[in-house]
Write a protein of this length. Structure first.
Ligand SMILES: Nc1ncnc2c1ncn2[C@@H]1O[C@H](COP(=O)(O)OP(=O)(O)OP(=O)(O)O)[C@@H](O)[C@H]1O
Ligand SMILES: [Mg+2]
Length: 331
């Protein structure tokens, strides 16, 4: 379990202060993945560095399984950090070490003996699907394989927590999927609390149980994936259930309505039901569908045909359980 409370990080420079984290509070339970998204400069990497105490927070606390890392004295920090595994965009492997030697580097630092290290390397490399690569060198591996080595190395000290800063940003979509599936499988197998920083919505949708939107060092929105996507009009809902770009107005300038419908198995969509009630179809200008944690979300922008007015359409959609709002007024 990761519990970050009121975390602040201020970088002081001669002529100004940068408040990179401005009161961040979030929790990541064991056996779950929390995503943090936000624009460049939002403070995402600072958050990871402060949780790992690679950078000292200005104030606030970072608890791992109830123990406050910010209260640990410098001399004991190295030991405390073994509870955290870190994965970055690039694995940054030592080219002159074998893969096994890279994986067990943290154990070497911790003074673990050779035989134990060798056993751990083979266990971890098996876990990440590189059982045969122990004696190879980094130059012989693909980007995805190198990231698997980076993940194995992050797990060398048997951490409870995995912090991943853009772990798939340098990978192609197929390899990204494979690495995310690996992180998901390791999370379940080892009961890890995983924090993953990303700018890719596909990453959030594929692996995260919950997500936060960070903006200028503050958590603007946060919640389970199903909750945030279901919050009609919220930024996270719009990012995770994005409509393809179309004009906000109907081609003929008529009114348009935006609809967010949560469709459970066996249910009919509100759009269909509202159409029946109104005695006319509401033509779809743009639409998107996502199934997240077993719940299907449909977001549509629809045209309101004359002589119907937009408020009538919105009311009918709401009566059938959808969230709806007028987005384009009549010309
Ligand atoms: N060591 C530092 N000294 C001074 N300012 C810093 C330092 N590290 C980060 N910052 C500033 O803090 C803010 C947050 O930076 P951070 O690297 O956390 O952003 P980010 O969300 O990870 O961005 P990106 O998506 O580009 O990786 C930025 O304004 C950055 O310039
Ligand atoms: Mg960053």
């Amino acid at each position: 379990m990761i519990a970050v409370t009121d975390l602040e990080k201020v970088y002081r420079q001669p002529n100004r202060e940068i408040r990179a984290l401005d009161g961040v509070t979030l929790q990541v339970p064991d056996d779950s993945v929390h995503g943090v998204i936000g624009q460049s400069g939002a403070g995402k990497s600072t958050l990871v560095r402060c949780i790992a105490l690679l950078d000292r927070p200005t104030s606030g606390t970072v608890e791992i399984n109830g123990a406050d890392l910010t209260a640990v004295r410098a001399a004991e920090l190295r030991k405390a950090r073994r509870r955290l595994g870190l994965v970055f965009q690039h694995a940054n492997l030592f080219d002159s070490r074998t893969i096994a030697g890279n994986v067990t580097y943290p154990l070497e630092l911790a003074g673990v003996g050779r035989a134990e290290r060798a056993a751990k390397a083979s266990e971890l490399l098996g876990l990440v699907g590189l059982g045969d690569a122990g004696q190879a060198f980094p130059a012989q591996l693909s980007g995805g394989q190198r990231q698997r080595v980076g993940i194995a190395r992050a797990l060398a000290t048997d951490p409870d927590v995995l912090l991943c800063d853009e772990p798939t940003s340098a990978l192609d979509p197929k390899t990204t999927g494979e690495i995310l599936d690996l992180i998901g499988a390791l999370k379940a197998r080892l009961g890890l609390a995983v924090l993953i920083i990303t700018h890719e919505m596909t990453v959030v949708k594929r692996i995260c149980d919950s997500v936060s939107l960070l903006q200028t060092g503050r958590v603007m929105e946060s919640g389970s994936l199903v909750d945030v996507v279901g919050r009609f009009g919220s930024r996270l809902s719009e990012l995770l259930l994005a409509l393809p770009p179309t004009a906000d107005h109907a081609p003929d300038g008529g009114p348009t309505v935006e609809v967010l419908d949560t469709v459970r198995p066996g249910d009919a969509a509100a759009l269909t039901l509202a159409g029946h009630e109104l005695g006319t179809d509401l033509p779809v200008l743009a639409g998107t569908v996502e199934t997240l944690a077993g719940v299907t979300f449909q977001r549509h922008r629809v045209l309101v045909p004359a002589p119907l007015d937009a408020d009538q359409a919105v009311a009918a959609l709401r009566r059938h359980g959808a969230q709806a709002a007028v987005t384009g007024a009549a010309a």
